[in-house]
Design a protein around this ligand. Structure first.
Ligand code: ADP
Ligand code: MG
Length: 205
């Protein structure tokens, strides 16, 4: 993937987030404060509004500006978390203009480390990490996994947050009452990865 492919990905993420804005906020309304869709829609729309003005010498530079915009515009817990993820990924892709699959996995793994460093959540806490961590472990261990399988697994991870009790973030205040609803951050992360895999399909074909 080159800078243009990354831009295309980010724009598609924005489209999906705008479409799912109400759904994401509804999920957050059930177990949080109901703003996740609004937060993500505001942040990604701003990224897309600015993306053509970003300096674009390499993928790292592009993602760094995406990160700074997300940090400034998304708000809530998820803004700094997604912002940190993009910032850490940008660090790995500094100077890179053509990103291979293994570069991408490494960058996303750094992104995950950033999310964990900032939010101190672990797998099973009913957060976006329940998508990021199992998915990236699977992809790293089996780099040959088909994109179709990766997409199905991402959906499974997201769905798996339904039966968990939240241990981090606002939903944790609900304790056992958080069981039965999908974690909204897992759904937005699903959108991020599902769109990424669709783009990789396009790049490969
Ligand atoms: P807020 O909770 O401040 O209203 P959002 O509603 O935008 O922020 O985001 C909520 C999402 O953020 C949750 O669904 C969860 O996936 C994620 N999240 C919250 N706290 C953490 C954390 N400590 N680590 C990882 N993800 C978290
Ligand atoms: Mg919220």
């Amino acid at each position: 993937m080159n800078q243009e492919d990354f831009k295309k990905w980010i724009k598609q993420v924005n489209e999906r987030i705008q479409e799912q804005k109400e759904y994401l906020s509804e999920l957050d309304g059930a177990i949080g404060d109901g703003d996740h869709g609004v937060n993500m829609a505001r942040g990604f729309q701003e990224v897309v509004n600015r993306i053509e003005t970003f300096e674009n010498p390499d993928i790292g530079a592009l993602l760094q500006q995406v990160a700074m915009t997300l940090i400034g515009k998304v708000g809530g817990a998820s803004g700094p978390l997604y912002g940190t993820a993009f910032l850490k990924a940008a660090g790995v892709l500094k100077g890179v203009t053509e990103c291979t699959q293994s570069d991408l996995i490494l960058a996303l793994e750094e992104g995950l480390k950033g999310i964990k460093m900032r939010g101190k959540a672990e797998v099973g806490d009913k957060t976006m990490i329940d998508v990021w961590e199992p998915l990236l472990s699977k992809w790293k261990e089996n780099p040959e996994t088909s994109l179709k399988e990766l997409k199905a697994f991402t959906a499974e991870c997201m769905e798996g947050t339904r039966h968990l009790e939240a241990k981090k973030g606002r939903a944790a205040y609900l304790g056992k009452r958080s069981i039965g609803t999908l974690d909204p951050g897992s759904v937005s992360s699903y959108i991020l990865f599902d769109t990424l895999f669709s783009n990789l399909e396009d790049v490969a074909s």
